[in-house]
Design a protein around this ligand. Structure first.
Ligand SMILES: NC(=O)c1ccc[n+]([C@@H]2O[C@H](COP(=O)([O-])OP(=O)(O)OC[C@H]3O[C@@H](n4cnc5c(N)ncnc54)[C@H](OP(=O)(O)O)[C@@H]3O)[C@@H](O)[C@H]2O)c1
Length: 305
């Protein structure tokens, strides 16, 4: 099969190569998926799991791209819940080969059925950003109607999902980002917008939940805005500062079949809009990881045209 591989950690996206690789085999509880589209996260080449396995052993050459939409072509021993020919979408294991390839082996439990009226490109744009937003807001942040939320990076892949899901849940949403992102963040459901380069974040006052996708100084300053009993949720590693009288949670998204179903149903009935940015081919994957100009939205690689 054709696949993108990375072998040289120091080289980053410049070291990406399109090569021929053996087709993957379905291990116990796996399915093999013929990839139609794969989503990428810009920071993927910085993740340790891209380079080493769970015992920290070198696993290069490795195939990036950890969210996908495609069609099941084979089932491993003991696999339940999916069948050959079924359209699916979901997250591939971080420490195994990903989906910038014509086929990927994935544990079946990490996939959900993709309804026939949802395009593969849309399906591939949802798993990481949608589940990260869902789990951060509802599992870790325990968001309730009437609460207030700061959705950092609200025009980005995760942030746009956070803004929409929080708004639908009845929260008051304050989006943040660059000046150029104001309208996009408001379109995704933010009721206020803070331009982090020119406005004072502190003017927002206290909120019940901060959803941090930026970290650093923004994360530290955000911790001070969490009101008593509130939560700072971070997806960019442990926060350097904690709310004085609230919780701090940092987490890594996990695939979840039921939650994927909730998310795709919202897309189908118009409650949730995807935020798809550039759509590229497998040959253009390296450029998609390392664009020359600023791009917004979820980058998708259309593996099967
Ligand atoms: N822990 C997890 O499970 C998990 C899951 C998904 C993502 N993540 C992480 O979350 C982060 C965001 O991912 P994403 O896919 O949503 O990325 P993204 O689409 O690039 O969104 C991030 C948004 O935040 C904005 N932003 C970043 N720094 C900013 C700053 N200093 N001031 C103003 N705006 C700023 C970005 O604008 P610019 O493009 O102009 O910088 C962009 O609009 C990444 O670090 C990713 O690795 C973690």
């Amino acid at each position: 099969m054709r696949a993108i591989v990375v072998t040289d950690r120091a080289a980053g996206a410049a070291g990406m190569k399109l090569v021929e690789r053996p087709d993957p085999r379905a291990a116990t509880n796996d399915v093999v998926v013929q990839t139609h589209a794969s989503g990428i996260v810009g920071t993927e080449l910085e993740w340790p799991e891209t380079w080493t396995d769970r015992l920290d052993r070198d696993r290069t050459p490795s195939i990036p791209g950890h969210e996908l939409a495609g069609v099941v072509t084979a089932l491993g021993y003991g696999t339940t819940g999916l069948s050959v020919g079924q359209r699916v979408f979901g997250i591939t294991d971080w420490t195994r080969d990903g989906a910038l390839a014509e086929y990927a082996a994935v544990e079946a439990r990490n996939l959900a059925p993709l309804p026939g009226d949802v395009d593969f490109t849309v399906g591939a744009s949802l798993p990481i950003s949608g589940l990260t937003a869902w789990q951060g807001l509802f599992e870790h942040g325990r968001l309730r109607a009437g609460q207030s939320v700061i959705a950092h990076g609200a025009a980005g892949a995760v942030g746009s999902m956070v803004a929409q899901l929080a708004r639908e849940a009845g929260a008051h949403v304050i989006g943040t980002g660059r000046a150029a992102d104001r309208q996009k963040a408001l379109d995704f459901g933010a009721q206020e917008f803070v331009d982090l380069d020119n406005d004072a974040l502190e003017d927002v006052g206290e909120v019940d939940l901060v959803f941090d996708v930026i970290g650093g100084d923004i994360g530290k300053r955000s911790a001070r805005l969490v009101r008593v009993g509130g939560t700072l949720v971070s997806v960019v590693g442990p926060s350097e500062a904690r709310p004085a009288d609230g919780l701090t949670v940092d987490f890594v998204v996990e695939s979840d079949r039921a939650q994927l179903g909730e998310i795709v149903q919202r897309v189908r009935d118009g409650r949730l809009r995807t935020n798809i940015g550039a759509v590229s081919s497998l040959d253009e994957a390296a450029a998609a990881f390392h664009p020359n100009e600023r791009r917004t939205g979820k980058a998708i690689i259309r593996v099967r045209p």
